[in-house]
Design a protein around this ligand. Structure first.
Ligand code: TYM
Length: 346
């Protein structure tokens, strides 16, 4: 992990982390390696606030219209638990259950220059000019203000995410600074925390593109979903793009697809690159893929077994959701009042 060691500790004597996942699609091993697994690994060290971002999902209405978004939110929540997030150690909640997120967004939207929002890579890719003309919602442009509200409401020290979210944490710091400069010291400046390895898992079908939920919906061989049937997951790994060589050759530059498979293997087995070199140098790609498939499917099997038990008990799941939202609201309400007072509204 990139550690920063800067902020004062929280009341519990631990640094606070906050992070979330957008409910736009099925979770994949990139989300697991880049986010959930680092939350689970470090949860006893920190005070954790982890949530499902359902309001962010609405920024792409085409992706959610006609779908049962709440069911997807509950699926993700159950997956957090199945992946080892402990509700005793972490406050787990759904974004829209804590209305303060939407309220603070407005205050932050008003201090955020449009030019900062237009510069965001996500807006430039998802909201291309053509789409803007076709009527893309303003929510996509204002997405970073909502994300800044998610973060700043809880005064976290660290935001554990994959590499693609770095720019969002940076703009959150900028928005925080701007609000503080205009209205007086209100928000902290959180630091991003990205895993040393696995911060950007690439598509199996195209190792030059990040593994993503939206591409996974269109291209079956692109990602491994955490709930994919085990046989299908193995097949996608065995078909992963490498290069025209016959096997792993560490004396030469490795193809992006091979590096990606090695990274996945190392993240799932806790091995180092040196150990991989010893094990796979000179091995055929079939051997590497078989080892990756074994490691990934073993973990998926465990996650899926736990997931089915958890998801079957809706009463317990909903009780946890309610409790988590209450705990989150306690902090969020205080911070929102502080922000309203700073802005002269109270
Ligand atoms: P989202 O839902 O796109 O991704 C969730 C988490 O998974 C990480 N991730 C990856 N990591 C490695 N390799 C990949 N291929 C990969 N794809 C995704 C992401 O970096 C992220 O950590 N805007 C956020 C959700 C959000 C949020 C927040 C995060 C809303 N508010 C506040 C942190 C703090 C998003 O859409 O992530």
């Amino acid at each position: 992990m990139q550690q920063t060691g800067r902020e004062p500790m929280t009341a519990a004597g631990k640094k606070r982390v906050l992070s979330g996942i957008t409910a736009t699609g099925r979770l994949h091993i990139g989300n697991y390696i880049g986010a959930i697994n680092q939350w689970a690994d470090n949860q006893s060290e920190y005070e954790n606030f982890l949530f499902v971002a359902d309001l962010h999902a609405l920024t792409i209405p085409e992706a959610v219209a006609g779908k049962n978004l709440r069911a997807r939110v509950e699926e993700i929540f159950a997956l957090y638990l199945a992946c080892g997030i402990d509700p005793e150690q972490s406050t787990l909640f759904v974004q829209s259950d804590v209305a303060e997120h939407a309220e603070l967004t407005w205050l932050l939207t008003c201090v955020t220059p449009v030019s900062w929002l237009e510069r965001m890579t996500q807006f430039k890719t998802k909201g291309k000019v053509a789409d803007v003309d076709a009527g893309v919602g303003a929510g996509l442009l204002c997405y970073p203000a909502l994300q800044a509200a998610d973060i700043l409401l809880y005064d976290p020290d660290l935001v554990p995410v994959g590499e693609d979210q770095k720019q969002h944490v940076e703009i959150t710091r900028d928005i925080s600074q701007r609000f503080n400069a205009m209205y007086g010291e209100t928000f902290k400046l959180p630091d991003v925390m990205i895993p040393k390895s696995g911060g950007r898992i690439m598509g199996l079908d195209d190792p030059t593109a990040k593994m993503s939920k939206s591409t996974a919906e269109k291209s079956p061989g692109h990602a491994i979903g955490l709930l994919d049937p085990i046989g299908q997951a193995r097949k996608s790994i065995m078909r992963a793009v490498t290069d025209s060589k016959s096997g792993v050759d560490f004396s030469d530059e490795l193809a992006p697809g091979v590096t990606n498979l090695l990274t996945i293997f190392e993240c799932f087995t806790g091995t180092t690159r040196d150990e991989s070199r010893e094990r796979f140098d000179g091995a055929g790609y079939g051997v590497l893929k078989g080892a990756v498939a074994d490691a990934v499917t073993e973990r998926l099997g465990d996650i899926q077994r736990r997931y089915h038990d958890i998801a079957d008990d809706r009463t317990h799941l909903n009780k946890l959701l309610t409790q988590g939202a209450e705990r989150a609201r306690n902090l969020a309400a205080d911070k929102l009042s502080q922000a309203y007072r700073a802005a002269g509204l109270r």
